[in-house]
Design a protein around this ligand. Structure first.
Ligand SMILES: Nc1ncnc2c1ncn2[C@@H]1O[C@H](COP(=O)(O)OP(=O)(O)O)[C@@H](O)[C@H]1O
Ligand SMILES: [Mg+2]
Length: 217
């Protein structure tokens, strides 16, 4: 059964520019999906809709068969769906550990011993305690991306959405980050949806959805 289902989705900015037309995709747990397409094809727009930040102009999106329009948006984004933005959106003057703990606080989920859990999550994405105590400003791009993933995992969402998660990373780091996403799908049964223009990321995914020119007006 699919965890997220898009039914005949269209999106129009300012009532004139039809970015996405009549798109129907389904997403299941345990799989890594990549959404590919040229620049300006509407990938980020699509991700915004899947994360509940933007409402489709037409059509409906379902999470576990429940329309997103009927789910509390705060709950959706802080409990069920983790979003990793292109710019990471980490707080630069806080440490990696503090960024993860902050996200736990915001989600409102009851988590015992947050500090310990934060360190374990950071360790699971390959960051040791020394790095965990460092401010974001003092981390490399690849390390920041790992923190962004750990932060998203802090509230154990079913779905992980990421916008160009390897966009600024070298090939080796891209592979390492992709392996984290693949593990999350295969070991933790997460549904991982990646927006990317990297053919490598697409080839490492289970399913590839391509936003084609014909989808754009
Ligand atoms: N807030 C907005 N208002 C109007 N047009 C927008 C807005 N955001 C994006 N667009 C336009 O929508 C198109 C798709 O953008 P986007 O979803 O960011 O594409 P991608 O992520 O595939 O590069 C682009 O032509 C972009 O200029
Ligand atoms: Mg984009």
């Amino acid at each position: 059964m699919s965890i997220i289902k898009m039914e005949n989705i269209s999106y129009t900015y300012d009532k004139k520019k039809n970015i996405i037309s009549n798109l129907s995709y389904e997403f299941e747990k345990g799989l890594v999906y990549s959404i590919v397409g040229k620049s300006s094809a509407g990938k980020t727009t699509l991700l915004s809709m899947l994360s509940g930040l933007a409402k489709p102009t037409n059509g409906e999106i379902f999470y576990n068969d429940l329309s997103l329009s009927k789910i509390n948006q705060f709950d959706y984004r802080s409990k069920y769906v983790g979003v990793i933005f292109q710019s990471y959106n980490l707080l630069p003057h806080l440490t990696a550990e503090e960024n993860v703990i902050l996200s736990m606080d915001i989600s409102g989920k009851k988590i015992e011993n947050k500090k310990q859990v934060a360190l374990e999550l950071l360790k699971s994405v390959g960051l040791n305690e020394d790095i965990a105590k460092r401010k974001i400003l003092k981390l490399s791009g690849g390390e920041q991306q790992r923190v962004a993933i750990a932060r998203t995992l802090s509230f154990d969402p079913d779905v992980i959405l990421a916008d160009e998660p390897t966009g600024n990373l070298d090939q080796d780091t891209e592979n390492a980050i992709m392996n984290i996403f693949i593990d999350l799908a295969k070991q933790k049964n997460k549904c991982v949806i990646l927006v990317t223009h990297s053919p490598k990321v697409a080839s490492m995914s289970d399913v590839k959805y391509e936003l084609k020119k014909s989808d754009i007006q």
